[in-house]
Design a binder for this molecule. Structure first.
Ligand code: SF4
Length: 323
């Protein structure tokens, strides 16, 4: 029994965990929590996790576990019960992993994202979302106002002419995880809800496999109107709709954004790389960690890729301390 008890944390590890917790609480909208001192946190991260940390005399258990990128030990986090997944209570502290060290891009892979148990690393330093994090009620009211604006939007003449409804997005405005798709299809256009067709059924199963429900997460698309014939949205349409999805994500400030397919991954990360080259590692988007994986519609056509998609979701769950 004793072997299950984690060794006590040293001072620096405690400071890092406190900074990560404060960062998370701020993002979750807890207004009384002072914003962590970004400069001090960055200095601490540099001191703890720089490759020369040990040589500089700052060596400690945390540094020694991070010196081999991709093979380090994850910061210990407690596993929350299922109620904490919904983040319905913004004051409930959810375990937030410490930000990780900047590193060069990992090679593209179609296999499992990282070695078993490895702590995946971000490719660059994440920066805070601009402005203050809003309380849940205010996030929800701002999302409602934004949805009204979208419903009247005519920026893409063809899409605005062809749509039955705009499909704004739905879910928990305080979600830890956002699923970010491509564009509404025929079913979504009819029901004004994202991911309700066959691909939506598979996405729901993927969400449930993560031990979430659709109400725990937030689901949105890159463009809010259905492209005719289910074609991909063109760059101009994505640019037109960008302020809407950027504002949605900024209001929610999730810990993780799961991009479903190349369109959303490339739009969010401003990349031209394929899903095969983007998946298997985390990318920073402000404070959020981005996971790129295959779109459920692609998985329906290529069931062999489901294993890779599950690997990507497991990478996120491990990082979140949920696996
Ligand atoms: S796709 Fe977005 S920007 Fe284009 S008309 Fe629809 S809501 Fe407006």
């Amino acid at each position: 029994m004793l072997e299950n008890i984690s060794p006590p944390l040293d001072r620096d590890q405690l400071i890092m965990q406190a900074a990560a917790l404060a960062d998370h609480l701020h993002r979750a909208g807890v207004q009384w929590m002072p914003r962590p001192n970004e400069q001090a946190v960055q200095e601490l991260k540099t001191r703890l996790f720089s490759p020369n940390a040990e040589a500089e005399g700052a060596g400690n258990a945390a540094a020694s576990t991070m010196e081999a990128p991709g093979a380090g030990t994850q910061t210990p986090v407690s596993r929350p019960d299922s109620a904490s997944l919904s983040a319905a209570n913004p004051s409930a502290a959810k375990p937030t992993p410490a930000k990780t060290v900047p590193t060069k891009s990992a090679p593209a892979t179609t296999s499992a994202p990282t070695a078993a148990g490895a702590s995946p690393l971000l490719n660059a330093v994440a920066k805070p979302y601009p402005g203050a994090s809003l309380p849940l009620a205010q996030r929800e009211s701002e999302l409602v106002a934004l949805a009204s604006e979208v419903a009247a939007c005519q920026k893409c003449s063809q899409l605005a002419r062809c749509r039955t409804h705009t499909v704004f997005g739905e879910g928990n405005a305080n979600a830890r995880v956002v699923f970010f798709g491509e564009a509404p299809g025929a079913d979504e256009d009819r029901e004004a809800r994202p991911f309700v067709g066959k691909a939506g059924e598979l996405l729901t199963k993927m969400i449930q496999a993560c031990k979430f429900s659709r109400d725990d997460v937030y689901i949105l698309n890159t463009v809010k109107c259905r492209p005719p014939g289910n074609r991909n949205p063109d760059p101009e349409e994505i640019a037109n709709c960008r302020p809407y999805f950027e504002k949605q994500i900024e209001l929610i400030r999730p810990e993780y954004i799961v991009c479903l397919g190349a369109v959303s991954g490339q739009a969010l990360l401003d990349s031209k790389l394929s899903v095969g080259r983007l998946r298997g590692r985390f990318h920073p988007y402000f404070d959020s960690k981005v996971v790129v994986t295959y779109h459920p519609a692609y998985l329906l056509r290529n069931p062999a890729a489901k294993k890779a998609a599950w690997d990507d979701l497991q990478m996120m769950l491990r990082d979140a301390g949920l696996l």
